[in-house]
Design a protein around this ligand. Sequence first.
Ligand SMILES: C[S@@+](CC[C@H](N)C(=O)[O-])C[C@H]1O[C@@H](n2cnc3c(N)ncnc32)[C@H](O)[C@@H]1O
Length: 311
Amino acid sequence: MDFTFQHYLNAKRTVDDRALNGSVWLTMAELIKNRASTQTLRVLEVGAGTGTMLHRLVEWGALKGGMYLGIDSDAESIQAALQNLPAWADGQGLTCIPVPDGFELSGRGIQLRAIFQAREVSEAAANPVEPGYDLLVANAFLDLVNPASLLPHWGKMMQPGGLGYFTINFDGVTVFEPQLDPALDEKIIELYHRSMDDRQAGGQATGGSRTGRRLYHQLRDAGWKVLAAGASDWVVHPVNGSYRADEAYFLNHLLHFFEETLTGHAELEPAAFQGWLTARRRQINDASLFLVVHQLDYLACWSPDDSHLPG
Ligand SMILES: C[S@@+](CC[C@H](N)C(=O)[O-])C[C@H]1O[C@@H](n2cnc3c(N)ncnc32)[C@H](O)[C@@H]1O
């Protein structure tokens, strides 16, 4: 099987669709509706990947107008986001006219400029092109960066009272069912979580395997007021003997992450690990694998005066 990160992100779309916490989403969508006139709404998405959150924001009616900027450090993903947009817009019955770095989308009461740029998030936070965002989005992202250092900078890019929609934050629980060898299952999952905790980005610790629960405190400490929070667990299971949409690929790609990360690990017997991967792949082929990954979503409002920030 050929694995590409962009294919993984596209396959993740339906898994995230089910997982995103409905009540946190509705609170965000309602507040956004009341916040700014549709024409002036400004949205920034960090770690935007192939653009699936933009599609969702439009399809689910949260975003009808204004300006959306998606940034990601991976130029290939940004290229995929730009390539995906015209066909997606066509499927939505929207007109899609090229503009520099993006497209002007219109039709069905929508008038939205969508821009994607390959940019590093810390650079964007240090040199915001045009601050004053109404909504900042980060989906499946904060475990890869240092949230405590970025959150205060992001606040400065917001309109007063601007909203942060921080979603799909991994929170330390991965479940593969049915179990194979319980001790080996536990060891592999523990080592994978540990690799997340050891991960560094730009010389700093990243959010790691408990990003979800830590974020609650980090948001408040950085000057963000938590307005809504809820679980957004990935739950992937077969329906009538097969996985939905492209979710078999999604599961295979998760195992690929495990293989890439843990092959050669000193605490794993190589043959046992390869046997585990083979058995798990067979479970995907047989449509018998059941996956649960615990995650948390937050909606927060930039209000530094209410925070615990010193001075
Ligand atoms: C797990 S993916 C999620 C992508 C997208 N939000 C989604 O849910 O489909 C995380 C994304 O963050 C990007 N990323 C990681 N570190 C970054 C950084 N320091 N600056 C900008 N983007 C970054 C990666 O390239 C990747 O596309």
